[in-house]
Write a protein that binds this ligand. Structure first.
Ligand code: PLP
Length: 286
């Protein structure tokens, strides 16, 4: 059966889900997105994703066309209609389609565009959860407001394409000698003296929802955490490295630019945090 998508108030077959070529998301990347995981038919950490959505749209002065409560209802309805057991719900809101291509915000009568679709993905049993992934490094060429989850993702498209061509699973972006974040993930290392290090939030990175949950879960277990920038050299000298994201949860990084991290296998702390996160995800799913 054809998957169902949501477009501006209607549930329609994916092949009929369309927006205007004048949509500002298409013309200017004038829009915000969110991706939440689905486990056993339920949304994972969705309150955190909706809070970030609200913050992102606020930062670009875009009013959501529906309340957060209604948005969650639509997400759930879509998961149900598509019988998604394990996967993702993608959501995008743009500043809508005006009568032409004007950089200036449209008048008040232009309604924002809201679309959603789902995809299937077995995050918990993904083979890379067992093997870990390799990453390459690329210069971070993005704009200065990476804390906004904007649909302007060309830098990440190029970074992740370079990673794919190098047969790596992710690209780590580097600025001023330090790792900012992955193309679509937050980066962590475990130092030789067992400190979990991840870059502090700020305009330079997206405040990852999975990052936030993992930091909290680690703190609750009295694990040592430092939120600060780290270099690739430090990551290569570390015991372990890993990334987090809604679509991967916690995933080991076993090599960087072809050089092994630790013994080149997923580490104990990474595996432990992954288990802790999966338990948290199941326990708090809605
Ligand atoms: N950083 C970037 C640039 C991302 O695109 C993403 C997710 O897509 C993340 C970090 C991880 O964020 P989350 O854990 O909320 O998925």
């Amino acid at each position: 059966m054809e998957p169902i998508a949501y477009v501006n108030g209607a549930f329609v077959p994916l092949s009929e889900a369309k927006v205007s070529i004048l949509d500002r998301g298409f013309l200017f990347a004038d829009g915000i997105y969110e991706v939440a995981a689905v486990l056993d038919g339920k949304l994972i950490d969705n309150a955190s994703h909706l809070a970030r959505l609200q913050r992102s749209v606020g930062e670009i002065t875009l009013a959501l066309p529906e309340s957060l409560e209604r948005i969650q209802e639509i997400q759930k309805e879509l998961v149900k209609r598509n019988s998604v057991a394990n996967g993702l719900v993608y959501l995008e809101v743009t500043r809508g389609a005006d009568s032409g291509r004007d950089f200036v915000f449209p008048k008040n009568d232009v309604k924002p565009t809201l679309v959603m679709f789902t995809s299937e993905k077995d995050i918990v049993n993904a083979p890379s959860a067992r093997t870990g992934i390799s990453v390459i490094t690329v210069p971070d060429i993005r704009w200065a407001r990476r804390d906004i989850k904007s649909v302007a993702l060309l830098a990440q498209v190029l970074a992740k394409q370079a990673a794919a061509e190098a047969k790596a699973g992710e690209a780590w972006m580097i600025e001023d000698g330090k790792v900012t974040e992955g193309g679509s993930s937050s980066c962590f290392i475990l130092t030789q003296d067992d400190v979990i290090v991840t870059r502090q939030n700020g305009n330079e990175i997206l405040p990852g929802c999975t990052r936030k949950a993992v930091v909290k879960l680690a703190e609750e277990r009295q694990l040592r955490i430092e939120e600060r920038a780290f270099s690739v050299e430090e990551a290569l000298a570390a015991k372990e490295a890993f990334i987090t994201s809604a679509s991967l949860f916690v995933q080991a990084v076993v090599s960087i630019d072809g050089k092994k991290v630790g013994d080149g296998k997923p580490g104990l702390m990474t595996n432990r945090l992954r288990e802790i996160y999966v338990d948290f995800a199941r326990a708090t799913a809605v």
